[in-house]
Every structure is written in structure tokens, then in C-alpha cells.
Design a protein around this ligand. Sequence first.
Ligand code: RNT
Ligand code: ZN
Length: 414
Amino acid sequence: MERYESAKEIYRTIGVDTDAAIEKLRRVPLSLHCWQGDDVVGFDQDGPLSGGIQTTGNYPGRAKDPAELMADLGEAFSLIPGGHKLNLHACYAIFEDGKRADRDALLPEHFAKWVEFAKKHGMGLDFNPTCFSHPMVKDGLTLSSPDREVRDFWIRHCICCLRISEYFAKETGVPCVMNIWIPDGYKDIPADRLGPRARFADSLDRILSTPYDKSLVYVALESKVFGIGVESYTVGSSEFTINYAARHGILSLMDNGHYHPTEVVSDKIPSMLLFNEKIALHITRGVRWDSDHVIRLDDETKELCREIVRNDALDRVFIATDYFDASINRIAAWAIGARNLQKALLSALLEPSAELKKLQDEGRFTRLLAEQEELKTMPFGDVWDRYCEVCGVPAGEKWISEMERYEAEVTSKR
Ligand code: RNT
Ligand code: ZN
């Protein structure tokens, strides 16, 4: 308490209101990806993960059924401050009485248990068609396949997902972001780069020609530069998704693991904000490639959050996490990554951005550099602890012992 009061006073001297920052961040919903809890396996198939994405590690305690995944998510949410949403994938359908449905026949009722879970936790739901880990992915292709039957299957799947997304929004009262990402691409240099993209565009046209309520569902399209096994060419490249989204009034989704290693999403955000009312993000951490490591409080995560906050775009950017590490405690992975994202947002809210912009415009670059560096040693940790307390989650290191208790009592016994 005393430490917070003293920090508050220090931030006041640089014109920053810590109480206002805390209040603002509490209302920002962060969409937590369900797939960290079970290594992107899902409940509708038992084959390997495909689509050029990979989990590595064999840490014990992976959630193996809906009850376990929900329990683990509940534990994770109790450790993460701020507003929440849960991000689901279609492969997390829950079939009761052994009545299974294939991906092109999924119904809202297969997600009724998730709606119940969301209502219990007072949160909205986001959704993703699962266009991977399935026998109808032929030669690594889905919506861009030259085989009409394959394309039709995945078009039907995405249309089912639109219905389910509407159902989520109606039931929870919170709009649902439905993000389309396809793994389609080629391992080696293609002979035709245009054809697959034309087919992908046509498939998307057919999906989006299905009427859906645009005030309830925001459809997003995620780009990617390459994947394992699709090193030479991906159909859904950045240019493809940005142009398609702009022309068809859907959202562009940028995943910060999906660009060349020296390209940063932080710098893309302001350009996208200039030309789009809303954008969507997947936040992850790539180490040498799109490895989906747990988010750290590193420079790029902070810079990403700065671009959202200082452009006053917290209500224009749908922020979601997307990483999967199977080598550590999975609940800790959720908590560490999401807490780091919250820390980055809070620290951006504690910067005197108007003042810093002014220094830039006045060409006072020495003072700008000096102030930016001084900010780094402000008593941020005391404001963070206060934020956790206000949100009713463990502050400082206290969450670690809670996570370890849960591991000893629950996940280690699986
Ligand atoms: C893959 C994309 C995609 C997936 C999830 C599971 O590279 O980032 O968003 O991670 O759909
Ligand atoms: Zn992603």
C-alpha cells in the first residue's frame, strides 16, 4: 500500500495518473488461447498436430479432456489480472453420448459446455476454424486446394464456424472474433503462385457470402510467411490477407511470429490503424523461427503495446495470445505469457506519451532519448502489484506458489 502510494507520487511528477492507468487496463479484454493447455491437440481427433506448427516438450499433466482443460483454464484465469476472453478452436468441440460430428457438420450445441464455462467466468468467447490436423487436409492444402471436394469441405467447416461464432456472441453478449488461418503452402518453389491464392480468395468469398450478423461476429484473416514443411510459399501471405481483408470489410490479423525475423509488428500497427477501424493481433514469441515460445516482457512486446496504447487504440485492437510450450507447466505458461502482456500494456499506460511525442515533433531528440531511458527504472513493479490486487489475483511472486500447489494437487496426479 505504502509502496503504491509512493510510486503513484513519483509517476505524478511526470504527469502520469497511475489510478487512471489501472482502471483503463482492467476493462481491456485479453483473449487467452485455450490450446496452450493441451499442446494444440483438441478433442475431435487423435492424430498428430499438422499444418506446419509444432509443440515440443513432454512436461507431465497435459489436459486430456474437456473437464481437465476447463479446470486448468479456470486456474490460469485466477492468476491473470485484467479482463478476459477465451479463444477456442473448432477442434475443441465437445461431443456428448459418443455422437461425433465431422468438422463440416459442427453445430453450436457441440460448444454448449464452453458457453456455460464462459458464462460462469463472465467472459466472451473468440473462435477459430481448425483447418489442420485432419484427413481432409490433402497435400497440406485446405481452402486453396485444386481439389474441389477438399475446398468444399473446408468452406462448409468455416460456415459452421460462423454459426457457432454467432451463437457465442448471442449467448455471452460479447462480439466474437472468428479468425481464419490456413496452413496451405508448398515446401519447394511452386510453379504457380497465383492459382492457389485465387482459389483461396474464391473460397473466402463463398464463406463470406453466407449471411451473418456483422455486429456479433468479426471475421479476421491471419497471414503467415512460412511454416515447417511449407518453407517456400504460403498461400495466405501478408499481402494476400491485408488486401483481401481491406476489400471485403473483414479484419486483418497479424501474428508477430509470422514475419521475417527482423520485421516487427509494432511498426505495422500504426499503419494498419490509419486505414482500418479495427485490427486483430496474435501475440507470441518466436525464437529464430515461429517457435511460439511463451511471451516474455521483452522489448518488442513492450513496443507492440506502446503502439496500441499511445495511439489510443485499446478498443480498436483485438488482443489475443497464441503460443504453445509443452516443455514447462502449461498453466504457468498461460500465466507467465498473459501476465507479461498485461505488464507491457500497463507499462505503456504509465508513459507520458503526449510529452514524448512533443519532444519528437520539436526535434529535441537528446531529451527524448534521456527521458525514454529514465522511464525504464520508474517504480513500475509497485503499480503492477497494486493492479493485481485490484483485480483480485496474486501479486508479485505469490502466483508461483499457487501454481505449484495446483500442480502438486491436480496436474501431477494425471
Ligand atoms: C499458426 C497460427 C495460428 C495457430 C492457431 C493454433 O502459425 O499462428 O494462429 O497458432 O490457430
Ligand atoms: Zn497465430
